[in-house]
Design a protein around this ligand. Sequence first.
Ligand SMILES: [Zn+2]
Length: 114
Amino acid sequence: MGNPRSANGNLRRKHRARLKAIGGECGICKGRLGPIHYDEPSDSDHPLSFVIDEIKPVSRWREFGYTSREAAAQDWNNLQPAHYCCNAMKGNKTMKEVAGERKKNDINIVDGLW
Ligand SMILES: [Zn+2]
């Protein structure tokens, strides 16, 4: 099947296309910031644009029992659509950790703020 690196890239593109076709809401803010702007380029100028969020951070693949970084990045069940800005906020944390930090810092969650 040729070069495995390009095969991985193809799979990644397929996942991206599939998430886009489904057109779901952001898995991080749960639609709090509104729908994902699927047609915009994914960059910091477009905070509501579409990116793939890895539910279990790829950089911590060992912790979550994956055989490799790639395995975590290509596991369909580990992927969800997200806003660019929400994904940047989440970083390499899990949702649970993000929620825990918010509690710890005693942040008042105002609707629509994040
Ligand atoms: Zn979001």
